[in-house]
Design a protein. Sequence first.
Length: 368
Amino acid sequence: MKRRAFLTRAGGAALAAPLLLRPAGSAAAAPQPRGREAAYYEKLPDQKVVCRLCPHQCQVADLERGTCGVRENRGGTYYTLVYGQPCAVHVDPVEKKPLFHYYPGSQAYSLATAGCNFTCRFCQNWEISQRRPEQVRWIDMPPADVVRRARAGGCRLVAHTYGEPVIFFEYMRDCAALGREQGVPNVMISNGFIEKAPMRELCRHLGAVKIDLKAFTETFYAEQCGGRLKPVLDTLLTVRAEGTWLEVVVLLIPGLNDGREEIERMCRWLVRELGRDVPLHFSRFVPTFMMKNIPPTPPATLHGARRIAMDAGVRFCYVGNLLSDAEHTFCPACGKVLLRRLMYSVENAGLKDGRCRFCGEEIPGVFS
């Protein structure tokens, strides 16, 4: 694998791009990860453990790791190997996550560690998600430093993103708890493959959650992601029930999850179970990782999915990875543009104190 070089800012401020990733054994080998006892596991006989963090429920023998590759059994005690050890750090617009109704136009101090509990064949951050802690360069950044760097870099919030933050649960939880205390909310950008108890605990600290709903069939999850749909739907219900701000993204891949009937079923479920005000984003697929043979999603597919969603009752539906008026936020009552977007730039065209300034309609979200 070729090196992927990323630049950083000087002076201890927020880093300008993800950190350098290197394969293990390179000339500048990655430092060995440390260990910290993990949360959400049970001890079994014969020094085995069972992980209760995500629905894989991995049973792990001594000196072995779970599916995510970052949680290890050492003599019957389960450890996380990535606490405080991000391998990618960047300042991004919150729209890039995407979160469109959570402090729109603000900057997010974004970070990730190695590892993931999915094996998505279309992962755009596979250099992070499909690596082990020993295979990437990481820096020592405890939660206090995360919050301090975010504030120093002028970031309104911290985003746990790029890879899968479920697998660095303890680190994300502690960053979010400290950030809430200091006025720097944290958001989770996730596949949603997590058990209910740890998700509820996170919701006490997080400001917002964005879930990537990969598809609306168990077949897609099994064949393309190495996961299951039902636990992700349960996570959506949990986050909504806890009152944490929630947005949903669906990456439409030609021929795999873009069928009209599937999209209709999904949208009906979202409206019925989550309500019509949870923003829904349809994102354009581009060839990557192990799916370079599939063409990009046609714009007509994305706009067609948006029409299906709005016909089903979704009040805020967006199209992503594509220049389009469907990036704008429209008032669902009078139809006027409230937030005008061009890629990651945002112009306030009619939102005032969380309401449409033209007709007074309340717009759900968290706004400055």
